[in-house]
Design a protein around this ligand. Structure first.
Ligand code: SF4
Ligand code: SF4
Ligand code: SF4
Length: 345
């Protein structure tokens, strides 16, 4: 079929939405509630576009393009409508960007700036929404910053398959609630899906602004899936883990370990040398001393009780090559087939 977007004629397959075709052809349409991989809802109405022959604008994220459509995405009227959408989102949104974890990478903040809003014109003095706990203590929910886009709810349902979250109440009190908290696996998919600072990471006491952090792409060391993640560090201190769509085989998703299990990096309790237990107490030792001690003990046990009195347990966190070398050590050097692997963490 053939459609026209902003005067450009595009030939395309039938089926995709206006937004998808625009994106594939380099036309930017602003969105807030839309997230790749989630069923579009058209809730926020930032993606309104004009279609020739239709009286009212349509939302591009959930309107399928049809043959012959003539679409305008960036007319003065659409810009005015989007400004109104932003004004309504700010009705009770506290504009606290300087103290908000999301400042600097917040879609709402960016659009308010891009569309030139000078002030929140319709702001009301409504009471703070009451809220106690979220589904997991790893995440904090700020109900007043929530723009009710439902991305967290859909991510939990459609990506993770847990259905923990839902919208509760109506009007000013509408908020996201963990209606099935017992089903939460603390993966943080909801946190990653939130386009504003309504969900923030609640574990690390170390803070740093987004633009101060160095983001280094690396591979998660927790298991053999090998998810790609970004270590965010300010100076030598890790402040959070992020990832994004299109990155690695995990394509933007992580589990609780990969997303939140990073505090050991800066922990003062982290082991930095081998420890040898003497008279019930652990003392620091050099690698040479520790390895000599271990090999001596293994030899002693083997001579006294035979090689089958020894077993080796390998790790899912190391490479295939390291596991190969380990089983070689147990089978060839020690002489037993008692070797297993903690593939289940
Ligand atoms: S959510 Fe965005 S707009 Fe709102 S306070 Fe935080 S950074 Fe500012
Ligand atoms: S942490 Fe994961 S399981 Fe829990 S509410 Fe968020 S998306 Fe759902
Ligand atoms: S918490 Fe974030 S993702 Fe969830 S509805 Fe509110 S703004 Fe949207």
């Amino acid at each position: 079929m053939r459609i026209t977007i902003n005067g450009k004629v595009i030939e395309t397959e039938e089926g995709p939405t206006i937004l998808r075709i625009a994106q594939m052809n380099g036309v930017r349409i602003p969105t807030l509630c839309h997230m790749e991989g989630l069923i579009p809802t058209g809730m926020c109405r930032m993606c309104v576009v004009e279609v020739q022959g239709l009286e009212n604008p349509v939302t591009a994220c959930n309107t399928r393009a049809t043959d012959g459509m003539v679409i305008e995405t960036d007319t003065p009227k659409m810009r005015e409508l989007r400004k109104e959408v932003l004004q309504f989102l700010l009705v009770r949104h506290p504009v606290e960007c300087p103290v908000c974890d999301k400042g600097g990478e917040c879609d709402l903040q960016d659009y308010v700036y891009e569309y030139g809003l000078q002030k929140a014109e319709y702001q009301v003095d409504a009471p703070i929404k009451e809220y106690k706990t979220y589904a997991t203590t790893a995440i904090k929910y700020h109900p007043n910053r929530c723009i009710l886009c439902s991305r967290c709810i859909r991510a939990c349902r459609e990506i993770v398959g847990r259905e923990v979250l839902d919208l509760q109440e109506t009007g000013f009190n509408t908020r996201v609630e963990a209606v099935r908290p017992e089903r939460c696996i603390q993966c943080g998919e909801c946190l990653a899906a939130c386009p504003v600072g309504a969900l923030t990471e609640n574990l690390s006491p170390i803070k740093g602004r987004t633009w101060q952090a160095k983001r280094v792409t690396t591979v998660c060391g927790y298991c053999g899936v090998g998810c790609t993640l970004e270590a965010n560090a300010v100076g030598n201190r890790m402040i959070k883990v992020t990832t994004h769509e299109g990155l690695g085989t995990n394509n933007g998703s992580l589990c609780v370990k990969g997303r939140f299990g990073f505090e050991f990096v800066n922990s003062p309790e982290r082991l930095r040398t081998p420890l040898i237990r003497e008279n019930g107490n652990l003392r620091e030792a050099s690698w040479e001393e520790a390895l000599t001690h271990v090999s001596g003990k293994l030899k002693e046990i083997k001579e006294k009780h035979g090689p089958d009195s020894i077993a080796g347990l390998a790790s899912a966190r190391v490479t295939c090559e390291e596991n190969y070398v380990f089983q070689k050590l147990i089978r060839a050097a020690i002489g037993t087939n008692n070797v297993d692997h903690c593939a289940r963490l």
